[in-house]
Design a protein around this ligand. Structure first.
Ligand code: FMN
Length: 188
């Protein structure tokens, strides 16, 4: 019967490694979770993906209807026009059935000391009253800037939790873990 023991041991090893590879959701806030982010050059995308590994739920990228140019000077010019003109650039991304989510992580790079205007347009599409919003930014010097104020205005009635600013050179695994405890998203 030695072969049977070997098969059982192998199965247990596979199950254990599968369990370890899954995101840890123990003691997370009740209700479904969405991680939604805008990223121009990929830094916020990486942070959003790491956060998603830690909180689970769904991951969605905010795409503008008209993509931003690859040229830094062109994107700066367009972002400046959108910011100074209080514009709401159209977004392509729609989240079906936003009602199912109770916890929404919203990530973005800081542009002009706040969130890009596409993030405002995205949030305004939904009724987010009563939901928990957890903002996170990536930045080169401004941390969260004035972005939390923008999110409060774009999502009236939502509970806006303390945000997480992540340096654009950082490796955010531990920072994210600490923050999730600070904002009581995780208690374990
Ligand atoms: C148009 C533009 C404006 C920016 N303005 C700021 C700013 O005001 N403050 C700041 O700290 N970083 C600013 N940055 C730097 C980005 O916030 C930072 O590099 C960020 O991590 C990029 O994230 P992403 O790769 O997800 O787009 C700006 C970058 C761009 C392209």
């Amino acid at each position: 019967m030695r072969w049977l023991e070997i098969i059982v041991a192998a199965m247990l090893t596979v199950l254990a490694s599968w369990g370890l590879a899954r995101p840890v959701h123990a003691a997370a806030k009740p209700g479904r979770t969405l991680v939604v982010y805008f990223s121009y050059s990929g830094t916020t995308k990486q942070v959003a993906e790491e956060l998603h590994r830690q909180v689970g739920g769904d991951l969605v990228r905010i795409e503008p209807a008209k993509p931003y140019s690859q040229s830094y000077s062109a994107v700066s010019a367009r972002a400046g026009k959108e910011y100074f003109g209080h514009l709401s650039p159209a977004v392509k991304t729609r989240v079906k059935n936003m009602d199912q989510y109770q916890n929404i992580f919203v990530g973005y790079p800081i542009w002009y000391n706040t969130a890009p205007m596409v993030v405002k347009t995205f949030l305004r599409q939904y009724d987010l009253r009563g939901k928990n919003i957890y903002p996170f930014s990536t930045f080169s010097s401004s941390r969260l800037g004035k972005s939390v104020r923008l999110i409060k205005k774009a999502a009236p009635g939502a509970e806006i939790k303390p945000g997480l600013p992540v340096d654009d050179t950082g490796a955010p695994h531990d920072e994210i873990q600490q923050w999730l405890h600070q904002v009581n998203f995780k208690q374990d």
